[in-house]
Each structure stands twice: as structure tokens, then as C-alpha cells.
Design a protein around this ligand. Structure first.
Ligand SMILES: Nc1ncnc2c1ncn2[C@@H]1O[C@H](COP(=O)(O)OP(=O)(O)OP(=O)(O)O)[C@@H](O)[C@H]1O
Ligand SMILES: [Mg+2]
Length: 325
């Protein structure tokens, strides 16, 4: 079932002199199986919004329906928060700071034990979860969390969330603080988790290049409201407004716009380096330029290598369009 949010508003410190409006009339439907990216400037309400989805922040006004569980400001009927939290797994920013138990296996097994599973069952679930996030339970299970590397810690923390196999996985800036390789690793992991356990994924990100590669849909928050909820190809037609909201336009879109200004129109539908690459290759094909490895230069990132994409004329010239560009 989809997640339906209607007219959700929220203020911190409501009714006090320090009242701070964080959400202002947000309406949004998130379909089953989506990979939704949420963007927006600092303080635009992204974290407050997602924390509503598993009942961590209580609805003040408006309503939310998650998997048939209704969340409103009414005192009764009380929502089944246990079922809600089993359905919505929430990975906070820097989740590794929340590892607390003396061994990794105990930490990951904490959720299932809390839900009433026996120790052995909970630990077996934890072992499976660790494998799913790419950690060997025999190698890391008995270690203390602080003995793991940074990337391993983040994976272990994610294991602690997906151990209950939530249908909906929500991650608040899961790549924050990682180097580019670490970021790609975590996002590839998120894609795998989407395939293997949590079909609906919601990710907050600050990085337009990153999120446009992974998300199937992007929603932009601004000042506590949904500023844009458009198909990605249409979203980037609003480049100036996005920049006014403090967002960077994806590199691929900027490149395509710059090429267009110089007379090379790569067509519509460019939202990320994959779609940019495909459009460039199409252009090459139209012009009869041979497509080869690009002289060892990884122009388009790891992914292009995986998909075998790389393009150049025989001497790797930058004059690939034969028009001085
Ligand atoms: N616990 C809190 N008490 C008071 N105000 C808060 C609290 N948490 C957030 N706010 C305020 O609510 C607004 C929305 O904050 P929120 O954390 O949801 O934004 P965000 O889009 O996640 O920002 P960021 O990109 O910096 O993580 C901001 O103005 C913020 O200062
Ligand atoms: Mg936030």
C-alpha cells in the first residue's frame, strides 16, 4: 500500500515563544516500490518529515496513512506503533553513533529480541542481516562495534534496521561523511536492500549527482513545503528556481545545457551521468564516430566501466563532436 500524506504541518516548541514551523501543508503520495529521493536546503523540513513516517514525531495537523496505519493528531484510536515500526525501518544520519552493545551480533539482534524473538532466533536473524549488508557474521559478529572500520560500522548499523525486514526503508543522508567510493558502496547496498528486502526506499540526500543516479523520483522541500514534485526530466527545467532554493543542478544537466548553448542538442531526458552518456553515445552513432574505451580516463565514473561505456575517437581527442568541442 502506498504512503499517503495529507496536509501535514508541524512546529517545534508549539505554543511557546520559541515555536519554529518545520512543515507547512505537506501532501505527498509515495507508491510501493519507489526509490524516492528527498532534497532541500538545510532546515527545509526533510528530517522532520521522514520522522513522521514511523511515528517518531507525532502528527500535529494533517494525516498520514502508512501501509493502512493511520496517524493523526487525534488521541484515539491509538496507532499500532509496533506494527508501524516493523513496516518502516529508519536509518538516521551517522547511524553508527547508535551502535551501543558490546558485540556487533548483540547490537543487530537487539531489535528482534525487543520484538519478542528468542535469543537464538534473534541472533540468527542478525547473522542474516549482516550477510545482507555485506559483512561476514563469523568475522565481525563477536567484535565490539568500535573495532570495525567506519564503513563497516555504518553497514552494521544498517543491518540493525533491516534485520526486521521493513517493507519501507528510510535513510537520512546515508552517505554523509563518506568518501566518494564509500558513498557509492553504501548506495549500491541500498539498491540491493531494495531488491532483496525493502521494496520502497526513501533517501534524503544533499548531493544532486548522487541522488539522480539512484532515485526513480525526486521531491524537493523548501521552507517546510513541497516545492517540487515533478518527473526528474521536468524538474531540471526549473534550474533557476532550484538554485534559488540552494540546490545544485546535476553536473550532467549542466553539461547538457552548456553543450546546447554551443549548438549541440543532446535531446531531453538527461538527469544524470548515465542518461548523459547514453545521449552522447547516440550522438556519436549519428555522426559515425567509433566508440571505444576513453584512453583509460574514467569519464563517467565506475558505473560506465561496469556497463562498458566509454567513448572517444582514436586518439582520445576532446574534439569528439568534430565541432571544436
Ligand atoms: N528539535 C528541534 N527543536 C527546534 N527546532 C528544530 C528541531 N529540529 C529541527 N528544528 C527546526 O525545524 C526546521 C526543520 O528542520 P529539519 O531538521 O527537519 O530540516 P532538514 O531539512 O532535515 O535540515 P538538514 O538538511 O540541515 O538536515 C529547521 O528550521 C530546524 O532548525
Ligand atoms: Mg535533516
Amino acid at each position: 500500500m502506498p504512503i499517503v500524506v495529507k496536509d501535514l504541518s508541524f512546529a517545534y516548541g508549539k505554543g511557546t515563544p520559541f515555536e519554529k514551523k518545520a512543515l507547512d501543508g505537506v501532501s505527498l503520495t509515495i507508491e510501493d516500490g519507489e526509490f524516492l529521493g528527498i532534497m532541500g536546503h538545510t532546515g527545509s523540513g526533510k528530517s522532520t518529515f521522514i520522522q513522521h513516517l514511523n511515528g517518531l514525531v507525532k502528527v500535529q495537523s494533517g494525516e498520514i496513512d502508512v501501509n493502512g496505519i493511520k496517524l493523526t493528531s487525534a488521541k484515539r484510536p491509538k496507532p499500532d506503533l509496533k506494527a508501524l515500526r516493523a513496516a518502516v525501518g529508519m536509518v538516521f544520519q551517522y547511524p553508527e553513533y547508535q551502535l551501543f552493545d558490546d558485540t556487533v551480533i548483540k547490537d543487530v539482534a537487539f531489535g528482534p529480541k525487543n520484538m519478542g524473538f528468542k535469543k537464538e532466533e534473534a541472533e540468527e536473524m542478525a547473522r542474516q542481516a549482516l550477510r545482507l549488508v555485506g559483512l561476514d557474521p563469523d568475522e565481525v559478529g563477536q567484535k565490539a562495534p568500535f573495532e570495525l572500520s567506519g564503513g563497516q560500522k555504518r553497514r552494521a548499523a544498517i543491518a540493525g534496521v533491516i534485520v526486521m525486514k521493513p517493507k519501507i526503508l528510510v535513510l537520512d543522508e546515508p552517505t554523509a561523511g563518506l568518501d566518494p567510493y564509500g558513498k557509492e558502496q553504501i548506495l549500491d547496498l541500498v539498491l540491493r536492500l531494495k531488491e532483496e528486502c525493502s521494496p520502497t526506499v526513501i533517501v534524503i540526500s544533499h548531493d544532486m549527482d548522487e541522488i539522480t543516479r539512484y532515485a526513480s523520483r525526486l521531491v524537493v522541500f523548501g521552507e517546510g513545503k513541497v516545492a517540487f514534485d515533478l518527473p526528474m526530466e521536468q524538474l531540471f527545467e526549473h534550474g533557476r528556481e532550484l538554485e534559488e532554493l540552494g540546490l545544485e543542478i546535476p553536473t550532467a544537466v549542466r553539461l547538457a545545457t552548456a553543450l546546447k548553448a554551443r549548438g549541440i542538442d543532446l535531446g531531453s531526458g538527461i538527469v544524470n551521468m548515465d542518461t548523459f552518456t547514453a545521449a552522447v553515445l547516440k550522438k556519436f552513432a549519428e555522426k559515425g564516430v567509433p566508440v571505444k574505451e576513453f584512453c583509460g580516463i574514467d569519464w563517467f565514473g565506475e558505473r560506465s566501466k561496469k556497463s562498458g561505456i566509454g567513448a572517444a575517437d582514436d586518439n582520445g581527442s576532446a574534439d569528439i563532436f568534430g565541432e571544436g568541442i
